[in-house]
Write a protein that binds this ligand. Structure first.
Ligand SMILES: [Zn+2]
Length: 171
């Protein structure tokens, strides 16, 4: 973990910020529908702002994030719900440049986590990505071929450049 960004490990700073947020809260009374019909599967990377990079606002889209922005079983579960119950008509799969999941081997990640944890981490699995391009094609295929998603929605695969903010449609 990174040390030094915040002095305490408590949540006081965040709860204080939440008080200010709630004081000018305008998002009440929303339903859970994706009002722009968009779902995004992307990486947990802190450099990615999934709504703003697409010109969207809270309420517009369903966002599913995990390390690498992969279409996992959980992601498919979320997309099925999104398509059938929450107004999703367009699905964007968005991995990104300089992703740790694509630039480390599983052994390297285990070693780094083990060093941070001060204990053996060789039992912890990480779904590292050997080839981002091929993984993206496979992930888009997994969504398009899902029997409950299929042709009902538009599905696109995009690479997000964390240095320029640009999305490049790959498929
Ligand atoms: Zn990433």
């Amino acid at each position: 973990m990174n040390e030094g960004a915040t002095p305490a490990k408590g949540f006081d700073d965040l709860l204080a910020a939440n008080q200010a947020f709630a004081a000018r809260f305008t998002l009440g009374g929303f339903d859970g529908i994706a009002h722009r019909g968009v779902a995004v599967v992307t990486c947990m990377d802190s450099r990615i702002d999934p709504l703003r990079m697409l010109g969207l606002s809270p309420g517009d889209a369903k966002i599913f994030r995990n390390p690498g922005g992969r279409v996992t079983a959980n992601a498919l579960e979320a997309l099925v719900l999104g398509v059938h119950l929450l107004g999703v008509e367009r699905i964007l799969i968005v991995p990104h440049t300089r992703c740790a999941m694509a630039s480390n081997t599983e052994a390297e990640l285990r070693e780094r986590v083990g060093a941070s944890a001060g204990q053996d981490a060789s039992w912890q699995g990480f779904h590292v990505i050997d080839n981002q391009h091929e993984a993206l094609l496979a992930d888009v295929r997994a969504v398009r071929s899902h029997p409950l998603i299929g042709d009902q929605v538009a599905v696109g695969g995009f690479m997000y450049d964390v240095d320029t903010g640009l999305l490049d449609q790959v498929v």
